[in-house]
Design a protein around this ligand. Sequence first.
Ligand code: SF4
Length: 305
Amino acid sequence: MSELPFRSYASFLRELFPGRREVRKVVLDAGFRCPNLDGTRGTGGCSYCDNRSFSPVAGTRKSVAEQLEEGISRLKAKRPEAGVLAYLQPWTNTYAPLERLRALYSEILAFPGVDGLAIGTRPDCVDEGVRDLLEELAERKPIVLELGLQSANDRTLARIGRGHTAAEWANAWSLFRDGTRAKNSRVSLAAHVILGLPGETLDDWKSTARFLADHPVQSVKIHPLHVVKGTRLAGEWERGEFALPTLGEFARGVAEFAKLLPRETAVERVSGEAPSEMLLAPEWSGDRNAIVSAVLSELERLPAD
Ligand code: SF4
């Protein structure tokens, strides 16, 4: 992302990990579940989510320690000097009793070579107990809490079956950022958004950016919407119920979106990584270079501040 005229994620990580010139994520699956699938919030999940890709394969799941061992070895073989940000990515990684969370996060933070922990989750699964635990652990090593938002438009959130509202996201955000906590919190916040969701226009994307400007986070991940085989979204797309943005429309959207974010917000990515055998559309979404180049062109066309 260093090509883009916004704060790069690498620069954010260098600030979070002083003394490290480079920090990389090592992705972990700790076998959590999701309240949007188990009936607590819903059973169908988000319309774009490929539930099969999250299914555990009994008996073959590696322990977190094994995943860390392998992931760190692989990283160090290529980049011996790189720091390690362990990343609990799939599922809802705060969706468990606090004692299980404490044991797991502590194990990861104490693992040799781990410099910090990033935790991906849903806003409805973050409460005061989780907040207090993360604030406590963040005194040992940096913690990044990645909160899925996807859109600030409640109609869109309902249409894609997210099972939470924008207000719930704001509520999770406020646990860390309201009042005196804004100054004292040690936990870094990140937001995930998707551009191209059914029914949304550029105006909706800009509204989501303004929502994040009103609820500042340290970093934002911007994903193009992926249509993955076998999902509800794939059915909607095949029936022509919505159209995906072209690369040009997406790039313009990213440029306009990013310009509305506070300057100190890092943009972690603007592309996605769905495996090609699972991806139905858009065909351009895996071409990171083409996306970055298109976004840069759009940025040049936008009027300066
Ligand atoms: S919250 Fe995440 S795991 Fe749960 S259904 Fe949505 S995308 Fe899938």
